[in-house]
Write a protein that binds this ligand. Structure first.
Ligand code: SF4
Ligand code: SF4
Length: 402
């Protein structure tokens, strides 16, 4: 047996050991050390152990050194390395989270912000540390009927999984209100879980706390089983990832999509409602999970192009080459740590591409991005020149008379 194979077995313990027996374990060992992953990684230059080196260390029997390093705090789970790997190794889906899990056990200290977010999610089911009872408080701020399943458990077509940012963050709530209005006008049969909903848990698993993610999966599955619905729609591409790629490991059986492709399905009915001209030059930022991981590149652009007056302009890096906003994999709660390491935030780097287009609107489709980019715009002193809007907000702005 090769040293690397032994280490894989040790490293993976119960779950990883099964992986080693799988084709994926073999595929990891087939790495040709081309370096494409490290070269493409947005934080590759700062990472002591980019994917290529992790595999080198694994094969050399030195993986313990990787576990003891904080190198993967710089991995924002952007899927770039996985998309480009010529061996199609599931780096972001499998190898990197597994290494993070092992590191999490050994690291003496977790960056404070991330630690707090994890603790809040354990205690309250959301990283904000807000009461679960307030999760649906935002629905009182909009004059649209929104059904909460606990109050009316009759079967429904769409379980709208609102998620934490849209439930609690003031700017996320703008997108929640916009989505509710659009669903209502399109006459979709939808309901929410309200106070019964908890974080889907994808970023928990991918950012150092697998036990937390599994607890959330267990909890959410137990709530789903209480109600009858046909499918799940969520605005959060990270939740979409959780439901598409993690929950099926736990007998999750529901079809799931994101709000953007759902709205796109109804574009023939939505477009005639968009009667107000918006004279905006818009550039769209492809979210890593919605775009690179799930292939929704055309749908957001088609929605934006349906708005009268909107002209689309593309950034230097788009679609599968888009640069991450830096919020995934725990990055949302690592900004202070990056600053301490003297590493530029990816949202600040990406904003330079936005500015270069001359656009006056940056359109996004992931709840992390609104706050991250608004902060970057403020920091760069571009508040008078660039506004950041979720696509749902732009669609609602274009609704004449509503
Ligand atoms: S891109 Fe794939 S094959 Fe190339 S070094 Fe990275 S992991 Fe190995
Ligand atoms: S997922 Fe993104 S950030 Fe993480 S190692 Fe791959 S390219 Fe780098």
């Amino acid at each position: 047996m090769l040293a690397g194979e032994e280490v894989i077995e040790q490293m993976w313990g119960v779950s990883l050991d099964r992986l080693y027996e799988s084709a994926e374990g073999q595929r990891i060992l087939s790495c040709i050390q081309c370096g494409t992953c490290a070269g493409a990684c947005p934080y590759g230059e700062h990472m002591l152990y980019p994917p290529r080196r992790i595999i080198t260390m694994l094969k050399a029997g030195l993986i313990e050194e990787v576990f003891d390093s904080d190198s993967l705090f710089k991995c924002v789970n952007c899927y770039t390395c996985m998309t480009k790997c010529p061996r199609e190794i599931k780096l972001t889906e499998i190898l990197l989270p597994l290494v993070k899990e092992q590191s999490a056990v050994r690291l003496e200290e977790m960056p404070a912000e991330l630690q707090k977010a994890i603790e809040n999610t354990y205690r309250y089911g959301n990283s904000y540390g807000e009461s679960a009872r307030k999760r649906a408080a935002w629905i009182d701020t909009i004059d649209v009927p929104i059904r909460i399943l606990a109050k009316d458990p009759t079967p429904v077509d769409i379980l709208w999984f609102v998620e934490c940012d849209l439930s609690y963050h003031p700017r996320g709530q703008d997108a929640a209100r916009a989505t509710a209005l659009l669903f209502h006008l399109l006459d979709l049969d939808f309901a929410i879980l309200g106070p019964e909903e908890r974080c889907a848990g994808d970023c928990g698993r991918l950012s150092w706390e697998p036990g937390l993610a599994e607890a959330l999966v267990d909890y959410n599955l137990s709530i789903f089983e209480k109600y009858r619905f046909n499918r799940i729609v969520t605005n959060d591409p990270h939740a979409l990832d959780a439901f598409k790629y993690r929950y099926p490991m736990f007998e999750f059986k529901y079809k799931t999509t994101a709000t953007v492709p759902e709205l796109h399905r109804h574009l023939d009915r939505l477009a005639p409602m968009l009667s107000r001209k918006l004279d905006y030059l818009v550039t769209y930022h492809d979210s890593c999970c919605l775009g690179r991981h799930n292939g929704f590149y055309d749908e957001p652009r088609a929605l934006l192009e349906a708005i009268p007056g909107v002209r689309l302009v593309e950034m230097e890096h788009t679609r599968e080459n888009s640069i991450c906003c830096g919020g995934g994999g725990g990055g949302m709660w690592l900004d202070t740590w990056y600053k301490q390491q003297d590493i530029e935030r990816l949202s600040d780097r990406r904003l330079r591409e936005v500015i270069a287009t001359g656009a006056d609107v940056l359109a996004v489709a992931c709840p992390y991005e609104v706050s991250r980019f608004e902060d970057a715009v403020k920091l760069a002193g571009y508040e008078d020149r660039i506004i950041v809007r979720d696509i749902t907000e732009l669609l609602v702005e274009a609704l004449g008379g509503h």
